[in-house]
Write a protein that binds this ligand. Structure first.
Ligand code: 5AD
Ligand code: SF4
Length: 435
Protein backbone atom coordinates (compact mmCIF):
# COMPACT_ATOMS: atom_id res chain seq x y z
CA UNK A 1 0.00 0.00 0.00
CA UNK A 2 2.91 2.31 0.67
CA UNK A 3 4.20 1.71 -2.84
CA UNK A 4 0.78 2.56 -4.20
CA UNK A 5 0.67 5.71 -2.06
CA UNK A 6 4.10 6.76 -3.37
CA UNK A 7 2.84 6.20 -6.89
CA UNK A 8 -0.28 8.24 -6.16
CA UNK A 9 1.82 11.08 -4.74
CA UNK A 10 4.05 10.99 -7.82
CA UNK A 11 1.04 10.95 -10.15
CA UNK A 12 -0.70 13.86 -8.37
CA UNK A 13 2.49 15.94 -8.38
CA UNK A 14 3.24 15.12 -12.04
CA UNK A 15 -0.28 16.17 -12.99
CA UNK A 16 0.47 19.49 -11.26
CA UNK A 17 3.60 19.98 -13.43
CA UNK A 18 6.29 18.68 -11.06
CA UNK A 19 8.82 16.27 -12.55
CA UNK A 20 10.16 13.08 -10.98
CA UNK A 21 13.97 12.84 -10.95
CA UNK A 22 16.15 9.82 -10.36
CA UNK A 23 18.70 11.24 -7.98
CA UNK A 24 17.95 12.99 -4.69
CA UNK A 25 20.90 15.33 -5.33
CA UNK A 26 19.06 16.73 -8.38
CA UNK A 27 15.76 17.20 -6.55
CA UNK A 28 14.23 20.49 -5.41
CA UNK A 29 11.68 18.60 -3.32
CA UNK A 30 12.26 15.31 -1.49
CA UNK A 31 9.33 13.45 0.05
CA UNK A 32 9.78 10.43 2.31
CA UNK A 33 6.98 7.89 2.47
CA UNK A 34 7.24 6.13 5.82
CA UNK A 35 6.15 2.97 7.61
CA UNK A 36 5.43 2.56 11.34
CA UNK A 37 4.81 -1.16 11.53
CA UNK A 38 8.10 -1.80 13.33
CA UNK A 39 10.35 0.54 15.27
CA UNK A 40 13.23 -0.27 12.92
CA UNK A 41 11.29 1.08 9.92
CA UNK A 42 10.79 4.39 11.72
CA UNK A 43 14.40 4.57 12.81
CA UNK A 44 15.55 3.99 9.24
CA UNK A 45 13.33 6.79 7.97
CA UNK A 46 14.50 9.22 10.65
CA UNK A 47 18.13 8.29 9.87
CA UNK A 48 17.69 8.84 6.14
CA UNK A 49 15.85 12.15 6.62
CA UNK A 50 18.67 13.20 8.98
CA UNK A 51 21.28 12.58 6.26
CA UNK A 52 19.40 14.86 3.85
CA UNK A 53 20.00 17.74 6.28
CA UNK A 54 23.53 18.04 4.83
CA UNK A 55 22.15 18.57 1.35
CA UNK A 56 19.75 21.21 2.65
CA UNK A 57 22.59 23.12 4.27
CA UNK A 58 24.12 23.68 0.84
CA UNK A 59 20.86 23.97 -1.04
CA UNK A 60 18.69 26.05 1.27
CA UNK A 61 15.71 26.17 -1.10
CA UNK A 62 15.34 22.38 -0.89
CA UNK A 63 11.89 21.32 0.37
CA UNK A 64 11.69 18.17 2.48
CA UNK A 65 8.44 16.43 3.37
CA UNK A 66 7.39 13.28 5.15
CA UNK A 67 4.22 11.33 4.42
CA UNK A 68 2.75 7.95 5.41
CA UNK A 69 2.25 6.17 8.70
CA UNK A 70 5.13 7.74 10.64
CA UNK A 71 3.92 11.20 9.59
CA UNK A 72 0.46 10.26 10.85
CA UNK A 73 1.66 8.68 14.08
CA UNK A 74 4.11 11.39 15.15
CA UNK A 75 2.65 14.49 13.49
CA UNK A 76 4.03 17.89 14.50
CA UNK A 77 6.36 16.29 17.06
CA UNK A 78 8.60 15.22 14.13
CA UNK A 79 9.64 18.87 13.66
CA UNK A 80 11.43 18.69 17.02
CA UNK A 81 13.59 15.75 15.96
CA UNK A 82 13.93 16.84 12.33
CA UNK A 83 13.78 20.65 12.30
CA UNK A 84 14.84 20.78 8.64
CA UNK A 85 11.52 19.20 7.59
CA UNK A 86 9.11 21.50 5.70
CA UNK A 87 5.93 19.48 5.79
CA UNK A 88 4.26 16.50 7.43
CA UNK A 89 1.44 14.84 5.54
CA UNK A 90 -0.74 12.25 7.29
CA UNK A 91 -2.21 9.15 5.64
CA UNK A 92 -5.66 10.65 5.05
CA UNK A 93 -4.24 13.80 3.45
CA UNK A 94 -2.52 12.17 0.50
CA UNK A 95 -5.05 13.56 -1.98
CA UNK A 96 -3.99 17.13 -1.05
CA UNK A 97 -0.27 16.60 -1.59
CA UNK A 98 -0.06 18.76 -4.72
CA UNK A 99 -1.84 21.72 -3.06
CA UNK A 100 0.34 21.40 0.01
CA UNK A 101 3.57 21.33 -1.99
CA UNK A 102 2.34 24.31 -4.04
CA UNK A 103 1.61 26.22 -0.85
CA UNK A 104 5.09 25.56 0.53
CA UNK A 105 6.79 26.46 -2.75
CA UNK A 106 4.83 29.75 -2.77
CA UNK A 107 4.84 30.78 0.88
CA UNK A 108 7.82 28.93 2.35
CA UNK A 109 6.16 28.04 5.63
CA UNK A 110 6.16 24.83 7.62
CA UNK A 111 2.98 22.82 7.40
CA UNK A 112 1.35 19.83 9.16
CA UNK A 113 -1.68 18.09 7.63
CA UNK A 114 -2.46 15.03 9.71
CA UNK A 115 -6.18 15.24 10.48
CA UNK A 116 -7.81 11.84 10.15
CA UNK A 117 -10.48 12.22 7.59
CA UNK A 118 -13.31 9.78 7.04
CA UNK A 119 -14.15 11.50 3.76
CA UNK A 120 -10.85 10.48 2.16
CA UNK A 121 -11.78 10.43 -1.53
CA UNK A 122 -12.86 7.01 -2.72
CA UNK A 123 -10.79 7.01 -5.78
CA UNK A 124 -7.50 8.46 -6.75
CA UNK A 125 -7.17 6.66 -10.03
CA UNK A 126 -4.06 8.24 -11.55
CA UNK A 127 -1.30 5.74 -12.20
CA UNK A 128 2.36 6.32 -13.00
CA UNK A 129 2.49 2.67 -14.12
CA UNK A 130 0.75 3.71 -17.34
CA UNK A 131 3.24 6.49 -18.12
CA UNK A 132 6.23 4.25 -17.48
CA UNK A 133 4.88 1.54 -19.82
CA UNK A 134 4.63 -0.99 -16.98
CA UNK A 135 2.74 -4.29 -17.30
CA UNK A 136 1.40 -4.31 -13.75
CA UNK A 137 -0.56 -1.83 -11.62
CA UNK A 138 -1.83 -1.52 -8.08
CA UNK A 139 -5.43 -0.67 -7.29
CA UNK A 140 -6.35 0.25 -3.70
CA UNK A 141 -9.80 -1.30 -3.17
CA UNK A 142 -10.19 -0.54 0.52
CA UNK A 143 -8.28 1.36 3.15
CA UNK A 144 -7.90 1.08 6.90
CA UNK A 145 -8.36 -1.81 9.27
CA UNK A 146 -10.90 -2.66 11.99
CA UNK A 147 -9.21 -5.83 13.28
CA UNK A 148 -6.93 -4.36 15.97
CA UNK A 149 -4.50 -7.25 16.20
CA UNK A 150 -2.90 -6.54 19.56
CA UNK A 151 0.61 -5.86 18.14
CA UNK A 152 -0.41 -3.71 15.19
CA UNK A 153 -0.23 0.05 14.72
CA UNK A 154 -2.10 0.03 11.37
CA UNK A 155 -5.65 0.65 12.70
CA UNK A 156 -4.33 3.70 14.56
CA UNK A 157 -2.47 5.27 11.66
CA UNK A 158 -4.73 4.20 8.79
CA UNK A 159 -8.12 4.55 10.49
CA UNK A 160 -11.26 2.48 10.00
CA UNK A 161 -12.03 0.26 7.02
CA UNK A 162 -13.48 1.99 4.02
CA UNK A 163 -14.23 0.14 0.79
CA UNK A 164 -14.52 1.71 -2.62
CA UNK A 165 -17.48 1.07 -4.90
CA UNK A 166 -17.07 -1.99 -7.08
CA UNK A 167 -18.07 -0.03 -10.19
CA UNK A 168 -15.29 2.52 -9.60
CA UNK A 169 -12.69 -0.21 -9.14
CA UNK A 170 -13.79 -2.03 -12.30
CA UNK A 171 -13.74 1.23 -14.24
CA UNK A 172 -10.20 1.94 -13.05
CA UNK A 173 -9.06 -1.59 -13.95
CA UNK A 174 -10.66 -1.28 -17.40
CA UNK A 175 -8.85 2.00 -18.09
CA UNK A 176 -5.57 0.41 -17.02
CA UNK A 177 -6.21 -2.59 -19.30
CA UNK A 178 -6.87 -0.23 -22.21
CA UNK A 179 -3.48 1.37 -21.54
CA UNK A 180 -1.72 -2.02 -21.73
CA UNK A 181 -1.68 -3.16 -18.09
CA UNK A 182 -1.85 -6.98 -17.89
CA UNK A 183 -1.62 -7.62 -14.18
CA UNK A 184 -3.58 -5.99 -11.38
CA UNK A 185 -2.68 -6.16 -7.70
CA UNK A 186 -5.74 -5.39 -5.55
CA UNK A 187 -4.66 -3.74 -2.32
CA UNK A 188 -6.05 -3.13 1.11
CA UNK A 189 -4.73 -3.26 4.66
CA UNK A 190 -7.46 -5.87 5.27
CA UNK A 191 -8.29 -6.62 1.65
CA UNK A 192 -10.55 -9.65 2.12
CA UNK A 193 -12.81 -7.49 4.34
CA UNK A 194 -13.64 -5.54 1.17
CA UNK A 195 -17.33 -4.63 1.17
CA UNK A 196 -17.91 -5.75 4.76
CA UNK A 197 -18.37 -2.18 5.98
CA UNK A 198 -16.66 -3.09 9.22
CA UNK A 199 -18.95 -6.08 9.87
CA UNK A 200 -17.20 -8.96 11.64
CA UNK A 201 -15.91 -11.85 9.52
CA UNK A 202 -18.03 -15.00 8.98
CA UNK A 203 -17.99 -17.41 11.96
CA UNK A 204 -17.56 -20.59 9.95
CA UNK A 205 -16.23 -21.57 6.53
CA UNK A 206 -19.69 -22.35 5.19
CA UNK A 207 -21.28 -19.12 6.43
CA UNK A 208 -21.81 -15.96 4.40
CA UNK A 209 -21.00 -14.64 0.97
CA UNK A 210 -17.81 -12.81 -0.01
CA UNK A 211 -17.97 -9.30 -1.44
CA UNK A 212 -14.24 -9.58 -2.10
CA UNK A 213 -14.82 -12.79 -4.08
CA UNK A 214 -17.44 -10.88 -6.11
CA UNK A 215 -14.89 -8.14 -6.77
CA UNK A 216 -12.38 -10.74 -8.01
CA UNK A 217 -15.04 -12.04 -10.38
CA UNK A 218 -15.91 -8.55 -11.64
CA UNK A 219 -12.27 -7.64 -12.36
CA UNK A 220 -11.82 -11.04 -14.05
CA UNK A 221 -14.39 -10.03 -16.64
CA UNK A 222 -12.09 -7.34 -18.05
CA UNK A 223 -10.49 -8.32 -21.30
CA UNK A 224 -6.79 -7.45 -21.33
CA UNK A 225 -6.31 -8.15 -17.62
CA UNK A 226 -4.56 -11.51 -17.54
CA UNK A 227 -3.52 -11.84 -13.93
CA UNK A 228 -5.09 -10.70 -10.68
CA UNK A 229 -3.23 -10.75 -7.37
CA UNK A 230 -4.24 -9.34 -4.00
CA UNK A 231 -2.71 -8.45 -0.64
CA UNK A 232 -3.10 -8.66 2.33
CA UNK A 233 -6.05 -10.80 3.39
CA UNK A 234 -6.88 -11.78 6.97
CA UNK A 235 -7.59 -15.54 7.23
CA UNK A 236 -10.81 -14.90 9.17
CA UNK A 237 -12.49 -13.71 5.94
CA UNK A 238 -11.73 -16.94 4.07
CA UNK A 239 -15.05 -18.73 3.77
CA UNK A 240 -16.20 -21.17 1.07
CA UNK A 241 -17.45 -18.31 -1.10
CA UNK A 242 -14.02 -16.65 -1.22
CA UNK A 243 -12.16 -19.95 -1.60
CA UNK A 244 -14.40 -20.90 -4.54
CA UNK A 245 -13.82 -17.53 -6.20
CA UNK A 246 -10.03 -17.89 -5.89
CA UNK A 247 -9.88 -21.43 -7.24
CA UNK A 248 -12.50 -21.07 -9.96
CA UNK A 249 -11.47 -17.76 -11.53
CA UNK A 250 -8.64 -18.56 -13.97
CA UNK A 251 -7.17 -15.04 -13.91
CA UNK A 252 -6.77 -15.03 -10.12
CA UNK A 253 -3.19 -16.15 -9.52
CA UNK A 254 -2.84 -19.40 -7.66
CA UNK A 255 -0.40 -17.88 -5.24
CA UNK A 256 -2.04 -16.67 -2.07
CA UNK A 257 -0.53 -14.57 0.67
CA UNK A 258 -2.14 -15.78 3.88
CA UNK A 259 -0.73 -14.13 7.02
CA UNK A 260 -0.38 -16.72 9.77
CA UNK A 261 1.45 -14.60 12.42
CA UNK A 262 1.71 -17.59 14.77
CA UNK A 263 0.92 -21.30 14.77
CA UNK A 264 0.19 -21.38 18.51
CA UNK A 265 -3.44 -20.99 19.59
CA UNK A 266 -2.57 -19.21 22.83
CA UNK A 267 -0.34 -16.69 21.02
CA UNK A 268 -2.98 -16.17 18.32
CA UNK A 269 -5.45 -15.41 21.09
CA UNK A 270 -3.07 -12.93 22.73
CA UNK A 271 -2.55 -11.39 19.29
CA UNK A 272 -6.34 -10.97 18.95
CA UNK A 273 -6.28 -13.06 15.77
CA UNK A 274 -9.68 -14.79 15.78
CA UNK A 275 -8.69 -18.19 14.31
CA UNK A 276 -6.93 -21.30 15.50
CA UNK A 277 -3.99 -23.11 13.93
CA UNK A 278 -6.49 -25.82 12.94
CA UNK A 279 -8.80 -23.38 11.13
CA UNK A 280 -5.81 -21.86 9.33
CA UNK A 281 -4.70 -25.29 8.17
CA UNK A 282 -8.26 -26.09 7.08
CA UNK A 283 -8.29 -22.99 4.84
CA UNK A 284 -4.93 -23.82 3.26
CA UNK A 285 -5.87 -27.50 2.82
CA UNK A 286 -9.18 -26.63 1.21
CA UNK A 287 -7.48 -24.30 -1.25
CA UNK A 288 -4.83 -26.91 -2.01
CA UNK A 289 -7.31 -29.77 -2.41
CA UNK A 290 -9.26 -27.72 -4.98
CA UNK A 291 -6.11 -26.45 -6.66
CA UNK A 292 -3.08 -28.72 -6.13
CA UNK A 293 -0.65 -26.29 -7.80
CA UNK A 294 -1.45 -23.42 -5.44
CA UNK A 295 1.45 -21.82 -3.53
CA UNK A 296 1.28 -19.89 -0.28
CA UNK A 297 3.26 -17.11 1.30
CA UNK A 298 2.79 -15.65 4.75
CA UNK A 299 3.74 -13.19 7.49
CA UNK A 300 4.95 -14.51 10.84
CA UNK A 301 5.99 -12.69 14.01
CA UNK A 302 8.56 -14.37 16.26
CA UNK A 303 9.09 -13.37 19.87
CA UNK A 304 5.61 -12.07 20.65
CA UNK A 305 5.27 -11.52 24.45
CA UNK A 306 5.06 -14.86 26.23
CA UNK A 307 6.10 -16.93 23.18
CA UNK A 308 7.57 -20.15 24.59
CA UNK A 309 9.74 -22.72 22.82
CA UNK A 310 6.57 -24.83 22.46
CA UNK A 311 4.67 -21.94 20.84
CA UNK A 312 7.55 -21.39 18.45
CA UNK A 313 7.70 -25.08 17.54
CA UNK A 314 3.95 -25.00 16.83
CA UNK A 315 4.57 -22.14 14.39
CA UNK A 316 7.49 -23.91 12.77
CA UNK A 317 5.52 -27.14 12.38
CA UNK A 318 2.47 -25.45 10.93
CA UNK A 319 4.65 -23.55 8.45
CA UNK A 320 6.22 -26.81 7.33
CA UNK A 321 2.83 -28.54 7.15
CA UNK A 322 1.28 -25.81 5.00
CA UNK A 323 4.51 -25.68 2.98
CA UNK A 324 4.83 -21.92 2.50
CA UNK A 325 7.01 -21.04 -0.47
CA UNK A 326 7.79 -17.61 0.84
CA UNK A 327 7.39 -15.69 4.09
CA UNK A 328 8.13 -12.41 5.74
CA UNK A 329 9.38 -13.24 9.23
CA UNK A 330 9.32 -10.35 11.67
CA UNK A 331 10.86 -10.01 15.09
CA UNK A 332 8.22 -8.64 17.46
CA UNK A 333 8.57 -4.91 17.99
CA UNK A 334 6.34 -3.21 20.60
CA UNK A 335 4.42 -0.23 19.18
CA UNK A 336 3.26 2.31 21.70
CA UNK A 337 -0.51 2.69 21.92
CA UNK A 338 -1.21 -0.91 20.84
CA UNK A 339 -2.63 -3.50 23.26
CA UNK A 340 0.48 -5.70 23.27
CA UNK A 341 2.74 -2.76 24.18
CA UNK A 342 1.34 -3.18 27.71
CA UNK A 343 2.50 -6.80 27.80
CA UNK A 344 5.99 -7.74 28.91
CA UNK A 345 8.29 -7.93 25.84
CA UNK A 346 9.95 -10.92 27.50
CA UNK A 347 11.54 -12.83 24.61
CA UNK A 348 15.20 -11.78 24.52
CA UNK A 349 16.44 -10.22 21.27
CA UNK A 350 18.93 -13.08 20.68
CA UNK A 351 16.09 -15.60 20.90
CA UNK A 352 13.98 -13.57 18.47
CA UNK A 353 16.93 -13.58 16.10
CA UNK A 354 17.55 -17.31 16.52
CA UNK A 355 13.88 -18.13 15.85
CA UNK A 356 13.84 -15.82 12.85
CA UNK A 357 16.90 -17.59 11.43
CA UNK A 358 15.45 -21.08 11.90
CA UNK A 359 12.26 -20.17 10.02
CA UNK A 360 14.22 -18.53 7.20
CA UNK A 361 16.40 -21.62 6.82
CA UNK A 362 13.34 -23.88 6.69
CA UNK A 363 11.87 -21.66 4.03
CA UNK A 364 14.92 -21.56 1.86
CA UNK A 365 15.20 -25.37 1.94
CA UNK A 366 11.54 -25.76 1.04
CA UNK A 367 11.69 -23.21 -1.77
CA UNK A 368 14.77 -24.90 -3.27
CA UNK A 369 13.01 -28.26 -3.15
CA UNK A 370 9.80 -27.07 -4.75
CA UNK A 371 11.70 -25.13 -7.45
CA UNK A 372 13.80 -28.23 -8.18
CA UNK A 373 10.62 -30.21 -8.78
CA UNK A 374 9.88 -27.88 -11.69
CA UNK A 375 13.01 -28.86 -13.64
CA UNK A 376 11.83 -30.45 -16.88
CA UNK A 377 8.38 -28.82 -16.63
CA UNK A 378 7.05 -25.96 -18.75
CA UNK A 379 5.75 -22.83 -16.98
CA UNK A 380 3.99 -19.72 -18.25
CA UNK A 381 5.87 -16.49 -17.51
CA UNK A 382 4.80 -12.85 -17.76
CA UNK A 383 7.84 -11.04 -19.19
CA UNK A 384 9.07 -8.15 -17.01
CA UNK A 385 12.28 -7.10 -18.80
CA UNK A 386 16.04 -7.57 -18.29
CA UNK A 387 16.95 -9.56 -15.20
CA UNK A 388 18.18 -7.42 -12.27
CA UNK A 389 21.19 -9.65 -11.64
CA UNK A 390 22.25 -10.16 -15.27
CA UNK A 391 20.93 -7.69 -17.84
CA UNK A 392 22.00 -10.03 -20.66
CA UNK A 393 19.10 -12.29 -19.69
CA UNK A 394 15.41 -11.52 -19.20
CA UNK A 395 13.08 -12.35 -16.35
CA UNK A 396 9.47 -12.54 -15.25
CA UNK A 397 7.23 -14.31 -12.78
CA UNK A 398 5.05 -17.38 -13.07
CA UNK A 399 1.43 -17.31 -11.94
CA UNK A 400 2.62 -18.77 -8.63
CA UNK A 401 5.10 -15.90 -8.19
CA UNK A 402 8.31 -17.80 -8.99
CA UNK A 403 11.06 -15.70 -10.54
CA UNK A 404 12.09 -17.13 -13.92
CA UNK A 405 15.21 -16.15 -15.91
CA UNK A 406 15.67 -16.93 -19.63
CA UNK A 407 17.32 -15.62 -22.82
CA UNK A 408 15.51 -13.03 -24.91
CA UNK A 409 15.52 -14.27 -28.49
CA UNK A 410 15.39 -10.60 -29.50
CA UNK A 411 11.72 -10.02 -30.02
CA UNK A 412 10.43 -10.13 -26.43
CA UNK A 413 8.48 -7.19 -25.02
CA UNK A 414 7.56 -6.33 -21.44
CA UNK A 415 4.08 -7.76 -20.84
CA UNK A 416 4.43 -10.74 -23.23
CA UNK A 417 3.47 -14.20 -22.02
CA UNK A 418 5.98 -16.95 -22.82
CA UNK A 419 6.26 -20.69 -22.17
CA UNK A 420 9.54 -21.50 -20.44
CA UNK A 421 10.98 -25.00 -20.13
CA UNK A 422 12.77 -25.17 -16.79
CA UNK A 423 16.35 -26.47 -16.98
CA UNK A 424 17.77 -25.47 -13.59
CA UNK A 425 16.55 -24.10 -10.24
CA UNK A 426 17.83 -22.44 -7.07
CA UNK A 427 15.88 -21.53 -3.92
CA UNK A 428 14.97 -18.12 -5.33
CA UNK A 429 14.95 -18.55 -9.12
CA UNK A 430 14.11 -20.97 -11.91
CA UNK A 431 16.16 -20.84 -15.12
CA UNK A 432 15.01 -22.10 -18.50
CA UNK A 433 14.55 -21.73 -22.24
CA UNK A 434 11.65 -20.18 -24.09
CA UNK A 435 9.73 -22.74 -26.14
N1 5AD B 1 6.13 -6.28 15.37
C1 5AD B 1 6.57 -7.12 14.43
N2 5AD B 1 5.91 -7.36 13.29
C2 5AD B 1 4.75 -6.72 13.09
N3 5AD B 1 3.86 -6.76 12.08
C3 5AD B 1 2.86 -5.89 12.35
N4 5AD B 1 3.07 -5.30 13.54
C4 5AD B 1 4.23 -5.81 14.02
C5 5AD B 1 4.97 -5.59 15.21
N5 5AD B 1 4.54 -4.75 16.16
C6 5AD B 1 4.02 -7.62 10.91
C7 5AD B 1 2.83 -8.57 10.76
C8 5AD B 1 2.11 -7.99 9.58
C9 5AD B 1 3.24 -7.39 8.78
C10 5AD B 1 2.85 -6.38 7.77
O1 5AD B 1 4.06 -6.81 9.75
O2 5AD B 1 3.33 -9.85 10.46
O3 5AD B 1 1.39 -8.97 8.85
FE1 SF4 C 1 -2.68 -4.97 11.42
FE2 SF4 C 1 -3.35 -6.71 9.46
FE3 SF4 C 1 -4.21 -7.09 12.02
FE4 SF4 C 1 -5.21 -5.06 10.53
S1 SF4 C 1 -5.44 -7.30 10.13
S2 SF4 C 1 -4.57 -4.95 12.68
S3 SF4 C 1 -3.40 -4.45 9.34
S4 SF4 C 1 -2.07 -7.15 11.26
Amino acid sequence: MNERDSETAAALLSARGYRICNDELDADIIIFNTCSVRDQAERKAVGKIGIIKKIKREKTALIIGVMGCMAQRRGEELFKELPHLDFILGTDQLHSIAEIVDEIVKNRRKLVADAQNSSFPDSIDTHMAVETGDFSAYIAVMRGCNRFCSYCIVPYVRGREKSRLMDDIVKEARLLAEKGIKEIMLLGQNVAAYGHDGMPPPKSMSEGDSPFGELLAAVSEIEGIKRIRFTSPHPAYFNDALINAIVSLPKVCKSVHLPLQSGSDSILKAMNRPYTAERFYEIASKLRSLCPDITFSTDVIVGFPGETEEDFIATRELMNKVGFENAFIFKYSPRSGTASAKMNDDVPQELKEARNKILLEDLSKRAAESNRKLVGETVEVLVEGPSKRNVERWSGHTDSKRLAVFDNPGNLKVGDFVQVKVTRASSSTIFGDIL
